[in-house]
Design a binder for this molecule. Structure first.
Ligand code: C2E
Ligand code: MG
Ligand code: MG
Length: 403
């Protein structure tokens, strides 16, 4: 690929910064188009249709959000790398806004930016530019390029001791050309193309196989599987899942099905039928990412959920943002008052763990306890967790990993 032909439009009202960024862009082999006011930005955009735009969010005379709206109106296909001196939360919100407008949002860079940060953002193959079709996903499944990674979930027992009770299975695509791709880049496509059913079957099948393998190592783990809402109108789903479990000789009590709120909302009657039958068959049901998307409290008591999973965006911000803390506390109380397990996801540090413990949260998941790892590394990761349990003030008595 001839990168010289690729154009990168830089927008920063501080001329020193825009020329610094432009220098790095040029040194990476791209053509830089430098702008520091709205007029020049729009002119360059319309003349060159750049592949990428590096956009400062805080500008004099206008702001980055206005430009995001402008690019959306232009139906821009450029990848947008956001830069800002504001806190990360503002960056994330602006990034999300761009996505909601259907723009291709790239990396987020927090000022002060260095040449290394810029080089990294420019060199990393822009995965947001990836476009897949249903046939790509089908081929990846057939060629075994899809895989599941597993992230530990810890629970607090009656005796106040913590143990790893289960794992969440998360899909990954080991792409021939682009390397490891995370689910946000292909799940929407799988949903749109009807490939989500085969993909879920695949992840479930892999998980069932590993449940049996871990059992042989003396480790009993529940596995949480993500169920897309688009599947909740297929009335044959409960029987199909049950058949897979029977074949693998795994009990339904070992499987938690995580359903996203957005999903549940769209077809309440179908969802209600399917979820009730799954519950009757002995599966635990968790409402995933609670608090985002199409929150509806009534769904929570109308549908037979056993767990409420508090979205990581609140948990990760509960220290820096008072409101996020209030939401987390309220959701824990809400879950408990409805007789549900409250599971906090996105626990990244000891402070969050301790605060959640003080709030009475008895189930957690997050990088602090373990990142998603492949099945072969999971037992090692659990062992490490056990060794460090005193640092964490967490004990895992029920778990015996033999080697
Ligand atoms: P999710 O179900 O809410 O899964 C948890 C996500 O949070 C995972 O991202 C995990 O890596 C991330 N995470 C966990 N702890 C932390 C933490 O402490 N800090 C941070 N920053 N992140 C943390 P991942 O693997 O990228 O998955 C994203 C989403 O993709 C999942 O969100 C789920 O909605 C969807 N997904 C993944 N696998 C499947 C699948 O097999 N089927 C369906 N339908 N959706 C899937
Ligand atoms: Mg989940
Ligand atoms: Mg979640």
């Amino acid at each position: 690929m001839n990168f010289k032909k690729q154009k990168v439009l830089v927008m920063d009202d501080d001329k020193n910064i825009s020329s610094f960024i432009a220098d790095v862009v040029e040194s990476e082999g791209y053509t830089a188009l430098e702008s520091s006011d709205m007029g020049t930005f729009k002119k360059y955009y319309n003349e060159h249709f750049p592949e990428r735009i590096i956009l400062d969010l805080q500008l004099l005379g206008c702001d980055g959000i206005e430009l995001i709206r402008y690019l959306a109106a232009e139906k821009s296909t450029s990848e947008i790398i956001l830069v800002s001196g504001a806190d990360r939360r503002t960056l994330v919100t602006a990034h999300r806004l761009g996505e909601q407008h259907g723009l291709k949002m790239g990396e987020m860079l927090q000022k002060p930016i260095t040449d290394k940060m810029l080089e990294g953002a420019l060199r990393r193959k822009s995965k947001s530019l990836l476009k897949f079709g249903g046939e790509d996903i089908l081929a990846a499944l057939a060629e075994d390029h899809m895989t599941a990674v597993f992230q530990p979930q810890i629970v607090c027992g009656q005796d106040g001791r913590w143990s790893i009770d289960g794992v969440e299975a998360l899909a990954r695509w080991n792409h021939k050309e682009f390397g490891m791709i995370t689910p946000d880049k292909f799940i929407p496509c799988a949903e749109e193309t009807g490939m989500i059913g085969p993909l879920t079957d695949y992840i479930l099948q892999k998980s069932l196989r590993y449940i049996r393998e871990w059992e042989k190592e003396g480790v009993n783990l529940k596995v949480a599987i993500n169920l897309s809402g688009t599947m909740l109108s297929d009335l044959s789903l409960p029987d199909r899942i049950e058949k897979q479990l029977d074949k693998a000789r795994v009990s339904s009590s070992q499987i938690v099905l995580e359903v996203t709120e957005t999903a549940v909302m769209s077809d309440i009657k179908g969802a209600s039928d399917i979820l009730t039958r799954l519950r009757l068959k002995g599966f635990e049901l968790s409402m995933d990412d609670f608090g985002t998307g199409y929150s509806s409290l009534s769904q929570l008591y109308r549908l037979p959920f056993s767990e409420l999973k508090i979205d990581r965006s609140f948990v990760m911000e509960m220290h820096d943002n008072k409101e996020a803390g209030v939401i987390v506390r309220s959701l824990i109380d809400l879950a408990h008052n409805l007789g549900l397990v409250a599971c906090a996801e996105g626990v990244e540090d000891k402070r969050t763990f301790q605060e959640l413990t003080d709030l009475g949260c008895k189930k957690m998941q997050g990088f602090y306890f373990g990142k998603p790892v492949n099945a072969d590394n999971l037992l090692h990761s659990i062992r490490q967790f056990n060794n460090q349990q005193l640092d964490y003030s967490v004990r895992t008595p029920g778990l015996h990993v033999t080697h």
